[in-house]
Design a protein around this ligand. Sequence first.
Ligand SMILES: Nc1ncnc2c1ncn2[C@@H]1O[C@H](COP(=O)(O)OP(=O)(O)OP(=O)(O)O)[C@@H](O)[C@H]1O
Ligand SMILES: [Mg+2]
Length: 145
Amino acid sequence: MSMLISIKPEEYDFFVRINEEKDIVIARQMVKDIAKKLGFSLADITKISTVVSELARNIYRYVGEGFIYIRERKEGKDVYIELVAYDRGPGIEDIDLAITGGFTTTKGSLGLGLSGVRRLMDEFSIKSEVGKGTLVIVAKRRRSF
Ligand SMILES: Nc1ncnc2c1ncn2[C@@H]1O[C@H](COP(=O)(O)OP(=O)(O)OP(=O)(O)O)[C@@H](O)[C@H]1O
Ligand SMILES: [Mg+2]
């Protein structure tokens, strides 16, 4: 059985192509600016930009090319920032293991990227298929303060 790993790019307001190390910094800065404009707290802006760094770094490391998509999502009076990391790389064999934390295929790394991403956001979903790619969708709700 083959599951479909895709999103509709036209539904997103911004995207960054990741294929050089400096793109990680660009993606981080872009999401920082957007979250700030949307009125997220400083603490949450830091969390959101950390998440983008981790997802972009995984794309850079394990795939070499992929995309970060960003959009604002409104649900009633709630505002969310939604981030997507999409690649057509080798995929993740054991997703549960990868998101539990402590598992890594990189020597010297802690394997805490994806578990951290899950912890820092309000919504987290991941789809991955070996040989096809990986899709991570996360979102954070704006707290009024
Ligand atoms: N986009 C991806 N494509 C293929 N494999 C991935 C991808 N993202 C993560 N992985 C796999 O999942 C494992 C866990 O990822 P995670 O980001 O949690 O930790 P890490 O990258 O190994 O270490 P850290 O992020 O702490 O430096 C990775 O070691 C890698 O094997
Ligand atoms: Mg990582």
